[in-house]
Design a protein around this ligand. Structure first.
Ligand code: AHI
Ligand code: MN
Ligand code: MN
Ligand code: MN
Length: 311
């Protein structure tokens, strides 16, 4: 295994500053060192920084040009990581960054599957959003089936839809807008809400997710992990916490399961906002969980690990 790490210090897909510190905090907690310790080759591509941005809005839509421009840069960066042969790791930053991450991944590998682990569906269109925040809209820019529902926007003309609804699975949904729910039903998107996690258990959810996505042939998997999928008692330092989330154990199980499929080709870890923890312990619990989720993506097992050769 080899990981190519990209930080994306971007917060303008939503309105709470601080999430741009996510990459720095995840790095300083030792992610790269711990990946190496578990036998993963690591290449660090640094952090993308977005300072001089155009904050102007288009109607309700906030910082449109900034979001489009940031994601264009991220798309190029993720494509380069994939062309170098690594599993891409994108450290957010807010979830609008999935536009660039998934777009760049697809530019490198072509057709792919997406597993979106999140309390939210993030599938509003620019016309159904009622907040104007782009971190609630990324999926609408990526899906072929929604292309006609997305208006022309400044700095977004580079985005080409690259995902089919049948190649998308959601896990952990528990805060879905009516318009999003309508879209999910209309497109027949596979959803394992928190109710299904309760009903089936996380092991069965992962079996069904992998069966569903590999029925028509195995494609590279893009795991887009919003830290707010996990229960806020574990990961409180995030912008839109929703009670009744995944346990730490369920969250890590998801990554352990996907790691052993050998199909994991890119991972996003987004919405960690160190400024939103009430205490330093809150921040540390959030960041430590983010790191453990990423280590699980690269082979860490709770039973323990040992390297094949103690050379
Ligand atoms: N964390 C969020 N998405 O994952 N917030 C935006 C969606 C709220 N409806
Ligand atoms: Mn999200
Ligand atoms: Mn979310
Ligand atoms: Mn077009």
């Amino acid at each position: 295994r080899s990981a190519g790490i990209i930080g994306a210090a971007f917060w303008r897909g939503q309105s709470r500053s601080g999430v741009q510190e996510g990459p720095y905090r995840i790095r300083s907690t030792g992610l790269l060192e711990r990946l190496k310790l578990q036998g993963c080759a690591v290449k660090d591509y640094g952090n993308l920084v977005f300072d001089d941005v155009d904050e102007s809005s288009v109607g309700l839509l906030k910082s449109v040009a900034a979001v489009g421009g940031a994601n264009r840069r991220l798309s190029e960066a993720v494509k380069a990581v994939k062309m170098d042969g690594h599993t891409a790791v994108m450290l957010g930053g807010d979830h609008s960054l999935a536009i660039g991450s998934i777009h760049g991944h697809s530019a490198a590998v072509g057709e792919l599957s997406v597993i979106w682990v999140d309390a939210h569906a993030d599938i509003n269109t620019p016309l159904t959003t009622y907040t104007g925040n782009f971190h609630g809209q990324p999926m609408s820019f990526l899906l072929h089936e929604l292309h006609s529902k997305v208006p022309v926007l400044p700095n977004f003309s580079w985005v080409k839809p690259c995902l089919s609804a049948k190649d998308l699975v959601y896990i952990g949904l528990r805060d879905v807008d009516p318009a999003e729910h309508y879209i999910l039903k209309m497109l027949g998107v596979k959803v394992f809400s928190i109710s299904e996690v309760d009903r089936l258990g996380v092991a069965r959810v992962m079996e069904e997710t992998c069966d569903y996505l590999t029925t028509r042939g195995k494609k590279p998997v893009h795991l887009s992990y919003d830290i707010d999928a996990i229960d806020p008692s574990v990961t409180p330092a995030t912008g839109t916490p929703v009670v009744g989330g995944l346990t730490y154990r369920e969250g890590v199980y998801i990554t352990e399961h996907l790691s052993q499929t050998g199909l994991l080709s890119a991972v996003d870890l987004v919405e960690v906002n160190p400024q939103l923890g009430k205490t330093e312990a809150d921040v540390q619990s959030t960041v430590n969980t983010a790191v453990d989720l990423l280590l699980g993506c690269f082979g860490r097992l709770r039973e323990g690990n040992h390297l094949t050769d103690y050379s």
